[in-house]
Design a protein. Structure first.
Length: 163
């Protein structure tokens, strides 16, 4: 059963969804089979295809909006959010599919599995010093294959180059 959330909360969800980097997370959340009591930064990075800094920032914004409580990982615990509402409903509301969010359905709570995460690999951010004063970063899957690396190299070679 969905409860009406304040217009401010709904507008904040829609604004967060409108930021393209956040869309994969909200889409993943809306399409989950089961609910979750908590979501770690690591899960957000995998499932939402976010860099760590962006994942932490999104969790903090969602907590500030009242959708959950943000916990910084200490003593072996992961940085995470404990949801006040259904994660599935939060994702759906962000996408504009529903207007209210309900409580967490305790009968369907399950932590993410490899199947839930749709096989999304953990991304590792690599930094490369291209020339003095110019560093570039690229996030690549931790299980990058030789074939994928070759395709990426071939793509870079197609970029227009100056002298």
């Amino acid at each position: 059963m969905s409860d009406e959330i304040s217009e401010g909360k709904e507008a904040r969800l829609r604004r967060l969804y409108s930021q393209n980097d956040n869309r994969p997370f909200f889409d993943w959340a809306a399409l989950r089979q089961n609910d979750s009591r908590e979501t770690s930064v690591d899960t957000m990075m995998r499932c939402g295809r976010l860099y760590r800094e962006a994942a932490v920032g999104l969790l903090q914004e969602l907590a500030q909006a009242g959708f959950g409580t943000f916990y910084i990982g200490r003593r072996g615990a992961k940085t995470r959010i404990a949801w006040n509402y259904s994660l599935r409903d939060i994702g759906a509301a962000a996408r504009g599919a529903i207007q209210g969010v309900g409580e967490i359905d305790q009968n369907t709570v399950e932590e993410p599995t490899e199947d839930d995460e749709n096989g999304v690999s953990t991304m590792i951010e690599h930094t490369f010093n291209l020339r003095p004063g110019i560093r570039i970063s690229i996030a690549l899957p931790e299980d990058l294959t030789r074939r994928e690396a070759e395709r990426l190299g071939a793509f870079i070679q197609t970029l227009p180059l100056g002298e």
